[in-house]
Design a protein around this ligand. Structure first.
Ligand SMILES: Nc1nc2c(c(=O)[nH]1)N[C@H]1C(S)=C(S)[C@@H](COP(=O)(O)O)O[C@H]1N2
Ligand SMILES: [Mo]
Length: 544
């Protein structure tokens, strides 16, 4: 009967852990305490070796794609779900282990063993949560809530095992008469029903209430939705407003609404930095160490603004991990000049609040005054998700080279690989030249002269190098030149379109592009790791 007890214990572990997670979630939403499932998951991803993590992320992105889900929107959600499921699975295993202890060893079901169980799960989880993120609330309150919930969980779990696994199985010496056994069986049923109903109620109520709080309590850094923008972030029309080449309906927005901008971060939640508590130390090989506030950066340096397309190296064609908005900040050169960089210094080491870090060579920084410490997006302070209060922009590099939530700068003589470089990604991470068909607008077929035309279009991007030409091909036809819309700036993607005099039937629409120097994109398929995916993109559509 050992396996039966094992399964009973596992089942009880699952039942009792669900409301625990739900109550943690509620306190997390209610008083901004860190959420143990996330903290444990974050710690695991920090402790596990890089290749395992990258494998996990790859597997997750593949699963999302197989399920037909938008990776930019769902990757974080899936990761969070995974964190919760893993934590819950931990509870299930705990229940199973306890049931074995109670049936096979001298361990007795008692409040003491319940408290002990709570401590064994609770202490490591609490330590991880405490070290994970700095929450707004006090540590004492935090520990109190953790203690109550974890100890309560341990007590309920052991008590449930005591009630459900027959005493005879636990203590062979306590033999029962047949009548006693059948009465106990009835009691067990009743207890299970009560436990099930109770845990289900608490789980649903806690999660529901927590969910409600998310909707009613937006964080201050979240800006209201601008909708489909007519005017640019400066209040003026966009610089290319008059361009006769209009995006084909169904093409991704040329200017990404900030709330739709893709997000990538190594932790499950963005950092929550308060402006009052933040300063930026500039140290290392400098004559004049600095400690800058956000106000210093805003007031003591000339602001520069640029339309910028940011692109993540892990996106596979046709990627959604690419977006365009308006960045404002100060030239990195000017800040470094104030610090008086010494001759031996070769690199700028950048550290972030979430444990992320990168290094940029000073040769690169001094070759390009556009390299920017950015504090505004879309004319507003950086959103929390996107690196408040400060992030860097380096033209022509994938996002992985560009830390958000910057907390410290240090000038150094020696190189150190950045966070993702250390985990097997490319050291330079130059953006790849790529083009995508976003839409074949079968709903937009129109008549011109005697000809029906179907418009189709999408984006092309080659970072700072710009796009000189986009070509399309229908089925096995010749490559033909597409129309290019003038971009928002020299460093954003380019919207292209082609209006094809179509023949009915199923057709394949392919696209390729050439960068500013005339070099064609790579047509061979390659995976995202180590230096960004390439390949010819096409879509197949039936037109009638
Ligand atoms: N501190 C920090 N900076 C970071 C990251 C991170 O996880 N932590 N991710 C990087 C990666 S991989 C990308 S693609 C971009 C994404 O920026 P976004 O989330 O604002 O779009 O941020 C980069 N900077
Ligand atoms: Mo990225």
């Amino acid at each position: 009967m050992k396996t039966k007890q094992l399964f009973t214990g596992a089942g009880l572990g699952g039942l009792v852990t669900a409301p625990l997670i739900s109550l943690f979630y509620l306190t997390y939403q209610l008083i901004n305490l860190s959420f143990p499932p996330y903290a444990v998951f974050n710690a695991m991803s920090r402790l596990l070796p890089g290749p395992v993590i990258t494998f996990g992320i790859d597997a997750m992105i593949s699963t999302l794609r197989v399920l037909g889900l938008n990776v930019a929107g769902t990757a974080k959600t899936a990761e969070r779900l995974m964190a919760v499921i893993l934590f819950w699975a931990g509870g299930v295993i705990f229940g199973a282990v306890l049931s074995v202890l109670f049936t096979r060893t001298r361990w007795k079901v008692s409040p003491m063993s319940g408290l002990l169980a709570g401590l064994v799960l609770g202490v490591p989880a609490s330590i991880l949560s405490l070290t994970a993120d700095s929450t707004g609330s006090s540590t004492v309150l935090y520990l109190l809530i953790q203690a109550v919930l974890f100890l309560g969980w341990g007590l309920l779990l052991t008590y449930s095992i005591g009630r459900v696994i027959p005493a005879a199985d636990r203590q062979p010496e306590a033999a029962e008469t047949p009548e006693e056994a059948s009465v106990e069986k009835l009691n067990r049923r009743q207890f299970l029903v009560t436990l099930g109903a109770g845990t289900a109620t608490v789980t649903v109520a806690g999660a529901g209430l927590g969910q409600l709080l998310t909707r009613t309590a937006p964080t201050p850094a979240e800006t209201p939705s601008p909708g489909q923008a007519e005017l640019g972030p400066t209040g003026e029309p966009f610089p290319n407003a008059g361009d006769p080449v209009k995006p084909v309906p169904g093409t991704r927005p040329e200017y990404t609404p900030v709330e739709d901008h893709y997000q990538v971060f190594i932790e499950l939640n963005p950092e929550n930095i308060q402006e009052e508590e933040w300063t930026l130390p500039v140290t290392g090989l400098v004559d004049n160490p600095l400690e800058l506030t956000l106000q210093d950066l805003r007031e003591n340096y000339p602001a520069r603004s640029e339309y910028i397309t940011l692109n993540c190296i892990s996106g596979r064609i046709p990627t959604t991990l690419i977006s365009t908005t308006y960045w404002t900040g100060v030239s990195v050169q000017e800040v470094l000049d104030d610090a008086g960089v010494q001759d031996e210094a070769q690199y700028l080491f950048i550290e972030s609040a979430d444990g992320f870090y990168e290094i940029v060579s000073l040769d690169l920084i001094y070759s390009d005054p556009r390299i920017m410490f950015c504090y505004e997006w879309d004319g507003e302070p950086l959103p929390k998700d996107h690196g408040f209060p400060l992030r860097i922009w380096i033209p022509d590099r994938f996002g992985m080279k560009q830390p958000k939530w910057i907390t410290r700068l240090e000038l150094r003589e020696t190189y150190q690989a950045g966070y993702w470089v250390e985990r097997g990604w490319d050291k330079d991470a130059l953006v790849k030249t790529r083009s995508v068909v976003d839409t074949v607008a079968v709903e937009e077929i129109y008549q011109e002269n005697d000809q029906q035309l179907v418009p189709f279009g999408g984006i092309a991007f080659a970072g700072d190098r710009g796009i000189s030409r986009v070509e399309i091909r229908i089925d096995d036809g010749k490559w033909l030149e597409a129309d290019l819309r003038s971009p928002l700036s020299d460093t954003t993607w380019v919207i292209w379109r082609y209006d094809w005099p179509f023949q009915e039937g199923e057709h394949t629409f392919a696209v390729r592009c050439f960068d500013g120097s005339g070099e064609m994109q790579t047509l061979e398929q390659s995976p995202a790791r180590p230096d960004g995916s390439t390949g010819l993109h096409s879509v197949t559509e039936t037109i009638s």
